[in-house]
Design a protein around this ligand. Sequence first.
Ligand code: NAD
Length: 344
Amino acid sequence: MTAIKFVIIGYGGMGSYHKKELMPNELVQVVGVYDISQTAQDSAREVGLKVYDSLEHVLADETVEAVLIATPNDAHKAIAIAALHAGKHVICEKPVAMNVAELDDILAVAKETGKTFMVHQNRRWDPDFLVIRDLYQTGQIGDLFQIESRVHGANGIPGDWREQAKHGGGMLLDWGVHLIDQLLWLIDSPIKQMSVDFSYILGNEVDDGFILYLTFENGIRALIEVGTTNYSQLPRWYVKGLNGAAKIEDWDLSGELVVATNKADVLAPKPIKAGVGLTKTMAPPSEEATVKHAINPIPADFLPFYQNVFDVMRHGAQPIVKNEQVRKVLQLIDDVFALVEEAK
Ligand code: NAD
């Protein structure tokens, strides 16, 4: 088994995270780095990595088999196309490109050259998402009919390229792409209806958050929300099924799974005092009508990302993250931007 020789293009936050945390030594060997910033070059040298002085030199190096692109979003397309033309396989960070037209240009070159082009949609491996996927697939709380997927931060948009439209900044492209990818990978049904609300609370030129409502043809309603001005957070997930509900507070899987017992139909809820009034409608279920469980981790029933990358590049295996799925996500993002423009 020979490791795939990679060069990392863009050795900032995510490029260095791939090197330190994600790229297992026996499958992937990072032979060098190319980055336009002196600081990034210095930190690559500090960990003993070769630093290339141009993209052309990376691509001309015949020992390099693949590149990982972890630059700001607007630089992905040109680097991917140049690398594919040079006969390199390409792993690209999300969002794969600024829009579908750019992605189509990349995919045309991938097809022409026969090289692998694959996107790092890593949040398919998130433990919280794996729980939701398991609930969806096993029907433990019955058929899901409402899914709310949220991420809330309190620190605004990071003060880097993410604040600038020309670099593909904004939260729809940054976090929206993850949450949309999770949902579209989970729910195999066309979208019937959607609406969106962008926020610009901190006055940036790009969205600092948004709420997206999707209705799928199979009847599932989903809400995707990204916020960067939330000093108090709503749960990461809230999902309702015909036979229960799940609330996952955070990435640590704190939360609860509430499953209706078969007594639920016969036990009438008791009226409760609510504020200065009385309610039966808003009373909690009687104790015998539900069972509460902790949220337990679910192991992924598919390979880790770089194991799959290795199998795809070395043995022609099927990629877990497929380009047609990535394209569907980006098409939805294009449609959301169009809807926002229309509403102006
Ligand atoms: P960053 O600003 O920390 O790093 C980007 C690096 O790219 C910088 O060092 C910069 O100097 C370099 N760079 C810019 N233009 C370049 C070019 N033309 N050629 C070579 N180097 C160039 O940004 P980041 O947070 O690491 O984000 C990089 C990419 O990774 C983005 O596409 C982002 O969306 C993605 N990302 C993905 C995840 C994830 O969970 N999958 C998390 C964070 C970032």
